[in-house]
Structure formats: structure tokens, C-alpha cells
Design a protein around this ligand. Structure first.
Ligand SMILES: *[C@@H]1O[C@H](CO)[C@@H](O)[C@H](O)[C@H]1NC(C)=O
Ligand SMILES: *[C@@H]1O[C@H](CO)[C@@H](O)[C@H](O)[C@H]1NC(C)=O
Ligand SMILES: *[C@@H]1O[C@H](CO)[C@@H](O)[C@H](O)[C@H]1NC(C)=O
Ligand SMILES: *[C@@H]1O[C@H](CO)[C@@H](O)[C@H](O)[C@H]1NC(C)=O
Length: 484
């Protein structure tokens, strides 16, 4: 809920910015309100992606730059120069659900760090962090790409959004949308507050995490103003860090299909609710063997093979030494065979790499540490069973050690509670959902799911802190302009 005062001041600012028309720049490949589109691949489960190493292949696409993975800082999204806007977008959709992203926003005037959900009909749910507002997070939503700039909310973040990692969680059902910072509910949207439900986000969403230059000179002036001013590329690089993203799909199935052109939630059909999604299969796929270096491979060769390789290369190593000569002659026939096999294997690997490149796959992207993705522990339906299953020690320590950097989280995080999933994230709605597991479990649960948070009304922070008069909200048109 936004306080009247922030809505009024946002509207006042808007009025002063009416010169620059609101531009809708989000992009969709196929809009089901206008044409027939292919089905959306579902996530159909819950999973915590821990970005201390490259995520499983085929689950996210990286666009407009490079995302670097590090065991301590997580995924790094950097703007080094004009044109950079590295973004990680899920190849899967969730149809009602929740995401928990543990991240640290980037500094810099005209730099926007963002967590975005977007659907094929351009429903959208956002977290945005302006580099020029180190103490503030903003929440936003749009229905069907209607860029209503009074939708944004502004939220002070204790400790600052750039100084440390925080947990930005959004929970979404057909009945409400909630935004949480470090476990505290800071905003609730009910559908009838959103253009009498028409602008309530209600269609299957992809998750997109990225950084972009809202102050790029090619963008409309309104967007640049909203972003806090022109991006100063010479003062970069500007980097946003993301430790983890837990995504929970409240539906299960392989695909979501628009049944008509209304863009309403009750027109969405869930396909094959009993089957595993492609996303889950990709998550569960055992990671490929890490590529060995040439010297490692060489070290592993038996001595006879090495001799054969030397010999084949016309090497004269040790040939003057009688003892070795004798050894060499004894081993030669065996060694040459192995040397030939070795050469053939090298050639096969070279061809395979070439094939990857032809297909546009980055062979390096196939590497990641096996320990972080424990396929055997991540069962289908973890979104349901996870709440009652006690995670095994390995998983628990894994996720705790990877996530404990979120300040203020360790204290309230209780991995021994009944709700640690395979990856240990503690669902906010645990009590509530344990109580209604029966309906959760049914394929159509998304349609009946009643996602009330277990909070007393008094805990709802209905009033936004009034914005200071000296810093009016920069709630400019374009909002999310420039982001694709
Ligand atoms: C991800 O990349 C693949 C291969 O380029 C493409 O087919 C797919 O549409 C992309 N998905 C998204 C969500 O952009
Ligand atoms: C993030 O906050 C949500 C909502 O309060 C909570 O359920 C979850 O356990 C937290 N996740 C992490 C990784 O801290
Ligand atoms: C509200 O929804 C209607 C569609 O029912 C749309 O035509 C109108 O533009 C929307 N208004 C706003 C302010 O988004
Ligand atoms: C679905 O995935 C789980 C593991 O996540 C596996 O145990 C199960 O056999 C799979 N089901 C099908 C139908 O492939």
C-alpha cells in the first residue's frame, strides 16, 4: 500500500514531466493478446540458484554483456562502457509464485540495478535501485505495458542498498502482490487497486536480473531524469552483485498456454501438471566433467604413452641412454598404440569444441562446481514436500554458508524449522502453507491458492515514510525505459 502522500507527490512530479511521453520499451517476442504464441515453458517447481558458480546450462540466458560468477560475491553484473547492460533472464516462467533475490545494488548516477518479472503480455513486477539513491529501493508493477508512473513505491533500506546484500522478496497470487525487504513486508497491492484488476500482474512471468544505464544519452530525457541524471561512463565500472535467487512456481506443469486474448489469469492453461518441466530436467542434469588442462592430461598419461608421443614427434629424448633405449624398445609397440589413441581423442575433443562454437554455445559456460547443484536432492515437487522435509546436513550447510552474508538474515533464519527446502531457503509462508498443503499439491492449486502471509494486520506497514521535501520522488516517465 502506498501512502497518499507519496502518491500525491509522485503525481505532482509526473505532471511536471508530462513533456516527455511515457514510452513503452519493454519487449516481448510474441504477445498473446494480439497473436497466437508458442506455449511458455514452466518452472513447475522451486529452486534456489546460488550464483557462486555458473548456473546450470539451459536455465538462464545472458544478454547484453557478461555475468561473472564468484564464490564470495556471487554473480557480478557490470557496466564498463556504453552499451553494457548484462542481464540474466530465465528461460522458464512461473504462474503465481515468489522470488527471493539476495543482492547488492550498484552505485553511480544514471545506473539502475533491477529485479524484474515480465510476462508475454507485458505484465511486470519490479524492484529497482537507482545508483544515485544509495539508501532506497523502489517497487513497481505494470499491467499490460500500461506505463502508469504513479505505480512506483519508494522504500528506505536500513544499512543502504549498495553497502550490503539484502533480501528482496516478492510474493504473488491472484489475490495480492507483496514486496518484502529482509523479511519485512513493505508493500501490498490488491488487484482492485490496480485499475480495477485490469493492471494487476496476472500472467506467467519470467525472472530477469540485470543492470542498465537509465541515464544513457540515447534515452528520452524523462528516463534520464528519472534515473538521476546522465550515466558517467568514465567513472565506472559500476557493478551489481547477486548472491542467490530462489524462485518458486506456485503452479506445476511443463507449459503455460494463453487460452484466449484477454490476458486474464483465468484464461491460462497449465499443461501436463504431472510431468517434470524442461527447466527442472536442466537443473537436475549432472554437470559436465570440467575440462582438464593439457598439462593435467599429460601428467595422467602412462609413461609408455609419453615415450610413444616423444617418439612419434621425432623426439630424441633419452635415446642416448642405453637403459632407456632398452625400455623404449620394449614399450614401443604398446606406447605407439596409446599415442595414436591419445591423438585421436584430442582430435575428437577439438571437433566437439568446434561444434559447440558453431552452435553458438560457449564451452566455458558448461563448467560449474558440482557441489552447488545437488541433483539428487532436488526432487520434483520440492515446492511442496520441501516444507515438511528436514533438509540433510549437507544441503543445509551448503546454503547457509552461501547465504549467510545477507545481513540481518542469519538471526531470523532457522534452518531447523520444518520449512528448509532442499536448498534450505525458509519459505515465508511456511506456517500458512503447511496448513494448506493439500490444496498446494493439486495441479490447479494456483487457482485456489490463498497466499496470506502469516502476519497480523498490525504488522502491515501500510504507511510509507513520508518523502522528504528536499528530495521529491524521481518518478519519471519511461520508468523502466531502455530495458529489453
Ligand atoms: C534464450 O536463448 C535461446 C537460444 O538463443 C532462445 O531460443 C530463447 O528464446 C532465449 N530465451 C529467452 C527467454 O530469451
Ligand atoms: C528472504 O525473505 C523471505 C521473506 O521474508 C524469507 O522467507 C526468506 O527466507 C529470505 N531468504 C533469504 C535467502 O534470506
Ligand atoms: C485500465 O484498463 C483498461 C482496460 O480495461 C484500459 O483501457 C485503461 O487504459 C486502463 N487504465 C489505466 C490507467 O491503465
Ligand atoms: C521428475 O524429477 C525427479 C527428480 O527431480 C525424478 O525423481 C522423477 O523421476 C522425474 N519424473 C519423471 C516423470 O521424469
Amino acid at each position: 500500500m502506498m501512502s497518499p502522500s507519496s502518491i500525491v507527490s509522485a503525481s505532482a512530479l509526473l505532471a511536471s514531466l508530462l513533456l516527455s511521453p511515457v514510452s513503452a520499451q519493454l519487449h516481448t517476442d510474441c504477445n498473446p493478446m494480439h497473436e497466437d504464441c508458442p506455449p511458455d515453458p514452466a518452472l513447475g517447481t522451486a529452486h534456489t540458484f546460488i550464483f557462486n558458480s555458473t548456473p546450470p546450462a539451459g536455465v538462464f540466458n545472458t544478454t547484453a554483456g557478461e555475468v561473472k560468477y564468484d564464490k564470495d560475491t556471487g554473480a557480478a553484473f557490470s557496466i564498463n562502457k556504453q552499451g553494457d547492460s548484462p542481464t540474466l533472464t530465465s528461460n522458464f516462467y512461473f504462474f503465481f509464485g515468489r522470488t527471493e533475490v539476495v543482492m547488492k545494488a550498484a552505485p553511480g548516477q544514471g545506473i539502475i540495478s533491477s529485479i524484474v518479472w515480465k510476462s508475454d503480455v507485458l505484465d511486470e513486477v519490479d524492484w529497482e535501485f537507482l545508483g544515485s539513491k544509495p539508501e532506497e529501493a523502489s517497487s513497481n508493477y505494470f499491467g499490460k505495458d500500461r506505463r502508469d508512473n504513479t505505480n512506483a513505491g519508494y522504500h528506505p533500506v536500513e544499512g543502504g542498498v549498495q553497502a550490503d546484500y539484502h533480501n528482496y522478496t516478492s510474493v504473488w497470487t491472484k489475490d495480492q502482490l507483496e514486496w518484502y525487504i529482509d523479511g519485512k513486508l513493505i508493500r501490498t497491492l490488491h488487484p482492485n487497486e490496480a485499475n480495477k484488476t485490469e493492471n494487476h500482474p496476472q500472467t506467467p512471468m519470467m525472472l530477469s536480473i540485470g543492470i542498465w544505464a537509465g541515464g544513457d544519452p540515447t534515452l528520452p530525457q524523462g528516463t534520464i531524469d528519472w534515473a538521476g541524471g546522465p550515466t558517467q561512463y568514465d567513472k565506472g565500472p559500476y557493478t551489481m552483485y547477486v548472491k542467490s535467487a530462489r524462485v518458486e512456481d506456485f503452479s506445476s506443469g511443463t507449459h503455460y498456454v494463453y487460452g484466449d486474448k484477454t490476458g486474464h489469469w483465468d484464461s491460462i492453461k497449465i499443461e501436463e501438471p504431472e510431468k517434470n518441466s524442461t527447466a527442472l530436467e536442466n537443473i537436475n542434469k549432472p554437470p559436465p566433467e570440467p575440462e582438464k588442462s593439457v598439462s593435467e592430461k599429460w601428467d595422467e598419461l602412462p609413461q609408455s604413452t609419453k615415450s610413444g608421443v616423444y617418439a612419434a614427434a621425432g623426439g630424441v629424448f633419452a635415446l642416448g641412454v642405453i637403459a632407456l633405449l632398452v625400455y623404449y624398445f620394449r614399450q614401443r609397440s604398446k606406447g605407439q598404440k596409446e599415442a595414436a589413441a591419445y591423438a585421436a581423442q584430442q582430435e575428437a575433443e577439438r571437433l566437439e569444441l568446434e561444434q559447440f562454437r558453431k552452435e553458438g554455445r560457449n564451452p566455458d559456460a558448461l563448467e560449474y562446481e558440482a557441489t552447488e547443484y545437488n541433483p539428487s536432492a532436488m526432487g520434483k515437487g520440492s515446492s511442496v514436500t520441501a516444507y515438511t522435509a528436514v533438509p540433510n546436513d549437507h544441503d543445509r550447510s551448503n546454503s547457509l554458508s552461501s547465504l549467510n552474508a545477507a545481513p540481518g538474515q542469519t538471526a531470523s533464519w532457522d534452518p531447523t524449522s520444518a520449512s528448509g527446502g532442499p536448498t534450505g531457503a525458509v519459505p515465508l509462508l511456511a506456517h500458512d502453507r503447511v496448513g494448506s498443503l493439500g490444496s498446494q499439491d493439486s495441479p490447479a492449486r494456483s487457482n485456489t491458492y490463498d497466499g496470506h502471509a502469516p502476519m497480523s494486520p498490525s504488522q502491515y506497514n501500510a504507511e510509507q515514510p513520508p518523502r522528504s521535501m528536499t528530495s521529491p520522488p524521481n518518478n519519471g516517465p519511461g520508468g523502466y525505459g531502455g530495458y529489453h
